[in-house]
Design a protein around this ligand. Sequence first.
Ligand code: B12
Ligand code: SF4
Length: 482
Amino acid sequence: MKFLGIYPPDIQWNGEPRRGGTPLGLLSILGNLRVNGHDVSFLDAKMEGYNTFQEFPANPDVFIYGLTPEQIKERVAKEKPDVVGVSLIHATTWHTTKSVLRAVKELNPNIVTVVGGHQATGAAEYILENCPDLDFIILKEGEETTNELLQALGTRSDLSQVRGIAYRQNHKVLFTEPRGIIKDLDTLAEPAFDLMKKNLYERPELAHYGTPRADSFLNIMISRGCPRGCDFCTSTQFMGSKVRILSSGRVQSLVEPMNKFGYGEFIVEDDEILMLRQTNPESFKAYLTALKKTGKPWMIDAGLYYPRITEDFAEELADAGCYRVFLPVENPNINLMHSTGKYKELQTTENAKKKIKEISKILRKSRIEYYNSIMTGFPEQTREMILRDIDFARFLREECGSMFVAFFFTHPYVGATLYEMTSQLVDTSRKWETHPEYGFFVKPVYPGLDYSAEQLEEMCKQGHEIVNGNVQLSVGYQWNKR
Ligand code: B12
Ligand code: SF4
């Protein structure tokens, strides 16, 4: 069958930087369908229309960027696919995904439409009930399921036998038997990086906080899963609590060809890279060796679990070419962190401060710079606690030498434990279903015990100015000028 994979247009608040990356999940789906004999093509509607702006009907302070529905129709008409698959990993692209699906069905109602990703999986029932242009949702990891679904569609077999999908039948949403995780990542084909148009990704401003070292980048991951299960995150629920990793041989055969595409920098997105080193030292070593061999700069944007960083680890990273890491310290209130499942090894805020200072010295010694995020705006917080969070951010900048501290607001992402516990606290004007623009970390959604979401936003805006001054978040930021 002919399958067209589409990464949808995106949205952003006026004044906020656009974000993006390598659509690893969709490219993996395409690579795997291709080895199973399907004819595949790829349209990055976000990057192809990076400078095409449209109004976002639900909110005048937000814009859409990406190909217009008419342009998407033209491209789909040219490709003539049997099936169109759209990546819905982020809540923020829910409205644009709906527009893509509408365009496809307007063009030809016989094209089968499929979506997959964290957001699609977490909210499957709601999405199928509210999007008549969508036929199937692929739940969780998509490679095997999409292949089986295409086979079943091609041979007109019983769809209820395809494990891991959701669809509508007689106005009801049906879920088939769940599919387990893919046990051995080595069984997967390489993601179809060759289908990316390189010039579209020559946008260093999309890379990460701070100035990147090259003018283009590829995101990379050699593992899936995270054992920590923090209640505000969907990774463990989605990819499992056991870290799965490519074998050392496969790591090499992933990095080497990726390098040949000529992108200037690698951005590591593995959820728990420290755990990789501990549980799969061979693959971890192969990762560093392969990255070093490319001679290219690279950094870790996925977040390092800072209490576990050691001198050896930092030295190994630096030796292999790593120049920057992200340390999401989350929140200084250790009891709050323990209640989310995180930082059990730290007993007090003083412990956390001491640890971060120690880690910052270790990183500095290895010449690795770092940026932090503070996660704030948990529903049980008070104004006084928020002020303490801002003080902590100041400590990170002024006493530890962090290059930038982002204020990230906690959200109930569908599929995360926090969603079950707290989504009803979010005001309807900030719920993802009608207002996906509130799915970004930069916008709070919970009121606290003695402040509103608007007041929280204002407090943190001021905190941000005090803590970061006029630091430029992306290209142009000069680390040496601090
Ligand atoms: C890399 C990354 C980014 C990159 C961009 C990635 C991209 N392609 O554009 C950057 C850094 C820009 C980013 C930004 C944000 N991100 Co992000 N990101 C990730 C991360 C770490 C990895 C994604 C990835 O490539 N995974 C590897 C592939 C193999 O897995 P996958 O994408 O899940 O794909 C599989 C399935 O989902 C499915 N699938 C995926 N697409 C499709 C399509 C079809 C057709 C089918 C059938 C199946 C399918 O099959 C794939 C293969 O098994 C994930 C966490 C994670 N570990 O996955 C968070 C994650 C997706 N991000 C998240 C969030 C919250 C954000 C932000 C909103 C945060 C913020 N700063 O405000 C922003 C959104 C900004 C934006 N507009 O892009 C959340 C999403 C939660 C939600 N429901 O919305 C995640 C899940 C993190 C988390 N655990 O909470 N992100
Ligand atoms: S926040 Fe990080 S450590 Fe916690 S579950 Fe998600 S990926 Fe794992």
